[in-house]
Design a protein around this ligand. Structure first.
Ligand SMILES: C[S@@+](CC[C@H](N)C(=O)[O-])C[C@H]1O[C@@H](n2cnc3c(N)ncnc32)[C@H](O)[C@@H]1O
Length: 275
């Protein structure tokens, strides 16, 4: 049975949570009226937020699948993992490499409860209740050390999480911590709200900040600086939909050819490697 360690505070259905709003945008059912109200503001004022969420999830799935299929890395730490949805990281990587181990990390109590329910029968997976802004706490958590061998390469996943870390909370320092504590051959995946330096992005940033008190859209150069000291792999920092789309697929994996929407340009994906 997968353990949930370091259980945090209880679920508060009266205040919106990032995890539950995101779940609502992805069409999930693990959300309350207060989350749907915020999600509806996003849908109204930022009609592309659903595109962004799906493009992000699809890029994440492609990245971890590629790591599982083409490298020997069999350990994954998914930081700010979110509520279980379709194609969770352990489902994708264990399909290709069943021995893969996955640690999910989140600080939302609902994620922890649902994560435990989903992972009940998976002894290669753990859910850790921790704050990604305290990377040492995540790395040394009993749930992490139970299944991750830090003498071997690890894939560290920052999917749609670093834009929830404000500048004064040192997002680059968080990535640097992991860079310094994993061996050569480890991978780093980041997806991140991508500033278009245009009025749409400014408006979106404002909505995000007002709702959650955090949310930072960064330029490609700022995202690159988060990966200091790591090798950025092809195709670099690109809109998530353009991050190694499958040959027969378009961004969504639906098989049709089309231009990206304006919104899809607002979420970037990048894979890097520690040399
Ligand atoms: C937008 S969701 C992304 C979920 C998933 N990684 C994905 O890409 O689909 C952001 C998640 O990060 C979590 N989160 C935000 N700040 C966090 C923090 N400081 N520590 C841990 N988790 C955090 C939220 O609870 C939420 O589940």
């Amino acid at each position: 049975m997968a353990a949930v360690t370091n259980m945090g505070s209880s679920i508060d259905p009266t205040r919106p949570s990032i995890a539950r709003v995101y779940d609502y945008l992805l069409g999930g059912k693990d959300n309350y009226a207060v989350d749907r109200a915020v999600g509806d503001v996003f849908k109204r004022d930022l009609p592309g937020s659903v595109d962004i969420a799906f493009a992000n999830r699809a890029a994440l799935a492609r990245a971890v699948r590629e790591i599982a299929k083409t490298t020997g890395v069999r350990q994954f730490i998914d930081l700010g993992s979110g509520l279980p949805t379709a194609e969770n990281v352990h489902e994708v990587v264990q399909r290709h490499a069943p021995e893969s181990r996955v640690v999910y990390v989140d600080n939302d109590p609902q994620v922890l409860v649902h994560g435990r329910a989903l992972l009940e029968n998976n002894d290669r997976t753990r859910v850790v209740a921790a704050d990604v802004r305290n990377p040492d706490g995540v790395r040394t958590d009993p749930g992490t050390v139970d299944i991750i061998d830090f003498a071997r390469p690890v894939a560290v996943i920052f999917s749609a999480i670093l834009h929830h870390v404000n500048d004064d909370e040192d997002p680059a320092g968080i990535v640097r911590y992991w860079r310094d504590h994993v061996p050569s051959g480890s991978f780093f995946f980041i997806s991140h709200f991508r500033s278009g330096n245009n009025p749409e992005t400014e408006e979106a940033e404002k909505v995000l900040q007002q709702t959650f008190g955090r949310g930072r859209w960064r330029t490609d150069a700022e995202i690159a600086s988060l990966l200091d000291g790591l090798q950025i792999l092809d195709p670099g920092i690109v809109p998530a939909s353009l991050w190694r789309p499958a040959q027969t697929d378009n961004a969504y994996g639906r098989g049709e050819r089309r231009e990206l929407t304006v919104w899809e340009h607002l979420i970037a994906a990048v894979l890097a490697r520690k040399a």
